[in-house]
Design a protein around this ligand. Structure first.
Ligand code: SF4
Length: 208
């Protein structure tokens, strides 16, 4: 018991160090003026499941400082989480790029490969510190970002909604909950069905 308390204590310290380092990070030139969305508001160290998105949105995580909150992607995500009985307090949520990427006119844009690669070490360390049993990627960018942390052969097209082994954990590739994806690539009913795999992965992890 004392050992477990000590280990949780040291995980908390590692997480706080990671947060401080990310807050000071200026590795991506285009992100100057914005800061990493990473704090205890992402979730707790020791969460059983970690969700990895693309990058914080201008009206979402960059404004609220909580990933997937305050915009339509966040509202969709909250609905999907609730559909499998998960509360935000039970999970950890982060992004492949921790800062909000914008175009010259201030609109959200996809993080570049270089920006995701710059942030890869932060993602690797978050996986190590949070130590989730299940990792869920939201969209192709996140699935690729995870491949850079440790190789996996999975693609969104071939493996969406499957529970796969990854680095001693279980990996579930899902689509991103953005309204654009919902309207064109993966409709509500299919996404709700996909989220059943998260519940399945958690049951499998608990049975191990
Ligand atoms: S996206 Fe990641 S690597 Fe780039 S500046 Fe932000 S914290 Fe640093």
């Amino acid at each position: 018991m004392a050992e477990r308390r000590e280990s949780l204590g040291s995980k908390q310290e590692q997480f706080e160090a990671l947060v401080a380092e990310a807050a000071a990070c200026r590795r991506c030139e285009a992100m100057c003026g914005r800061s990493a969305v990473l704090s205890e508001r992402n979730g707790r160290a020791g969460a059983r499941v970690m969700f990895v998105g693309e990058a914080p949105g201008r009206q979402g995580g960059d404004r609220t400082r909580v990933p997937f909150s305050g915009d339509q992607s966040g509202r969709n995500f909250a609905r999907y989480l609730a559909s499998v009985g998960l509360a935000r307090e039970e999970v950890f949520i982060t992004n492949s790029a921790l800062c909000n990427p914008r175009t010259g006119t201030g609109a959200n844009r996809r993080p570049t490969r270089l920006e995701v690669s710059n942030c890869s070490d932060f993602l690797r360390r978050q996986v190590e510190v949070i130590d989730p049993r299940v990792v869920v990627t939201l969209g192709a960018v996140a699935l690729e970002a995870l491949r850079a942390v440790e190789y996996h052969p999975f693609t969104l097209k071939e493996n969406v909604g499957q529970v796969q082994p990854w680095r001693g954990r279980l990996l579930v590739p899902l689509y991103h909950p953005s309204p654009q994806v919902l309207a064109s690539h993966r409709r509500e009913a299919a996404q709700l069905e996909d989220y059943q795999s998260v519940a399945r992965a958690l049951r499998l992890a608990a049975a191990k």
